[in-house]
Design a protein around this ligand. Structure first.
Ligand code: A3D
Length: 318
């Protein structure tokens, strides 16, 4: 069986962490790509030199030419710029739309059969731009945001309840932004939904509302602390979980930015937005179309409309 090849387009903070995690998990060989000369080569060599110590078998290389990503099985895209304190994700659209167009062309020419995971912000619209530019089928182009948003929600809930984060499940729908929709009734501790935990006196509705808001602001909280960039450890871990689900055909149910067709989730037209999907060897194999309450549907529609208005801005830049 051939060794798997994973291309990382963008070798900054998230790209470097992705590269490290891929080695530690032995998911495949890594090609790091960036427009900055020396960065992908240097990071690739540094991580390769850690493999004898870690006892893992993975090859690393770095490149500034798209031919290096040829025949990759998975491409994870973090190319572009992150936000600085005071910036919203949407402020990045001008620069990052152009970056996604060039990345999409590089993928189209070199690895049109790859499974592509986009992490660059503003997330949902960047996935759309990259899918258009690459021409890859929509089931093979997804965005990472929901896994991270739900991981943040799970972490805050685990702290609140003083239980292990592995026993907390959480569901976050919608676009990756201020309008994301954490679904408390589908979020549980060992299967017990959050509203039941409020009834059991484990927490109060007020505390829960605060945690939901902290989850929405989770990215900004890290940007405010770091001051020179945005989160990268948890975003990288989340991207790796998605890549692993595809490479190992795990059929994992995960919230990802996927193409929702007109009529699905109550939407009037096709749109990339965060919804639960099954990820396996076919990429996005199925959308899990859960029934939403009137209130949840309204919140989801508001979030999808926020993505729509950004798509309109990106169209003007293409
Ligand atoms: P950073 O450390 O700046 O790395 C970005 C890299 O992209 C740099 O090394 C650049 O040289 C490179 N780059 C810029 N333009 C190009 C290009 N045209 N082709 C190839 N490489 C290029 O940023 P980061 O790794 O911290 O973040 C990367 C992106 O992820 C940003 O847009 C963030 O906003 C975004 N992000 C998304 C999430 C989500 O949950 C969706 C979370 C955290 C960060």
């Amino acid at each position: 069986m051939a060794r798997k090849k994973i291309a990382l387009v963008g070798s900054g903070n998230i790209g470097g962490t992705l590269a490290h995690l891929i080695g530690l998990k032995e998911l495949g060989d890594v090609v790091m790509f960036d427009i900055a000369e020396g960065i992908p080569q240097g990071k690739g060599l540094d991580i390769a030199e850690s493999t004898p110590v870690e006892g893992v078998n993975a090859r690393y290389s770095g490149a500034n030419d798209y031919s290096a990503i040829k025949d990759s099985d998975v491409v994870i895209v973090t190319a572009g710029v992150p936000r600085k304190p005071g910036m919203s994700r949407d402020d990045l659209i001008g620069i990052n739309t152009k970056v996604m167009v060039s990345v999409g062309q590089g993928i189209k020419e070199n690895c049109p059969n790859a499974f592509v995971i986009v992490i660059t912000n503003p997330l949902d619209v960047m996935v759309w731009v990259l899918q258009q530019a690459s021409g890859l089928p929509a089931n093979k182009v997804v965005g990472m945001a929901g896994v991270l948003d739900s991981a943040r929600f799970r972490h805050f809930l685990a702290e609140e309840f003083n239980v292990s984060p592995e026993d907390v499940t959480a569901f976050v729908l919608g676009g990756h932004g201020d309008t994301m929709v954490p679904l408390t009734r589908y979020s549980t501790v060992a299967g017990i939904p959050l509203p039941d935990l409020v009834k059991m006196g484990w927490t109060t509705q007020e505390k829960l509302d605060q945690i939901v808001q902290r989850t929405r602001d989770g990215g900004a909280e890290i940007v405010g602390l770091l001051k020179t960039g945005s989160a990268f450890y948890a975003p990288a871990a989340s991207g790796i979980a998605m890549a692993e689900a595809y490479l190992k055909d795990k059929k994992r149910v995960m919230p990802v930015a996927a193409l929702v067709k007109a009529g699905q989730f109550g939407q009037k037209d096709d749109i990339y937005v965060g919804v639960p999907v099954v990820i396996g060897e076919g990429g996005v194999e199925r959308l899990v179309e859960i029934e939403l309450s009137a209130e949840e549907q309204a919140a989801f529609d508001k979030s999808a409309d926020a993505v729509r208005s950004l798509v309109a801005v990106a169209k003007g830049l293409l």
